[in-house]
Design a protein. Structure first.
Length: 199
């Protein structure tokens, strides 16, 4: 049994159930909570705003889900139901921002995985420019820039993920592939239904 970080996840994105009704809301939230723990390995102090944002958005989804687990069993049902209700779309907004944060994280780690000579600070900075930066104000951008400069050295980060680099890279690739697929599916859902309008 491997003792690396990915094998110890309470919920892996590759194990999140996807049916005709959509992506399992609870499973997605559980897997996303593990991403918050991943940022602890990067630098818990510098990435505190990122972690708080991810955690807060997961909480918004869970809070809505708990009001009616059957109606909100999948992410798609949750968003569509909130849209029909026409009231505050707190969970829809939370999920939208969670997806943006996860897109940023996955792009940074994917870039780093595919560029073995590149340091994390460079990978995260490039990913930020492609994802979250466009949504952030001039006040927020410097906070994120500071966090990315505080990334640990690549070799130290991968060592924290596990002792065998090839195993860690293979498991990270599987985790990322599953995450990227889920994010792409939800982004397309938001786009098709215009669910992000006004959020």
């Amino acid at each position: 049994m491997s003792n690396d970080w990915f094998s110890q996840l309470k919920k892996n994105y590759k194990d999140v159930s996807v049916t005709e009704e959509g992506i399992d809301a609870v499973g997605f939230c559980e897997a996303s909570e593990e991403v918050v723990r991943l940022f602890d390995l990067l630098n818990s102090t510098a990435f505190a705003p990122v972690k708080a944002d991810l955690s807060g958005n997961v909480t918004k989804i869970r809070t809505k889900y708990n009001t009616d687990p059957n109606s909100y069993s999948t992410l798609q049902k949750l968003v569509a139901t909130e849209a029909r209700e026409g009231k505050e779309r707190t969970a829809t907004q939370g999920l939208l921002w969670l997806l943006r944060g996860l897109d940023f994280t996955s792009k940074a780690l994917r870039r780093n995985l595919e560029n073995p000579e590149e340091e994390l600070s460079k990978s995260f900075t490039e990913a930020y420019g492609l994802t979250l930066k466009q949504y952030h104000s001039f006040v927020v951008r410097p906070i994120f820039s500071l966090a990315m400069k505080a990334c640990p050295y690549r070799k130290d980060f991968y060592a924290k993920l596990g002792s065998d680099l090839s195993t860690v890279q293979a498991e990270m690739n599987q985790w990322l592939t599953a995450l990227e697929k889920l994010v792409a599916q939800m982004n397309e859902f938001y786009k098709t239904g215009d669910y992000g309008k006004g959020l």
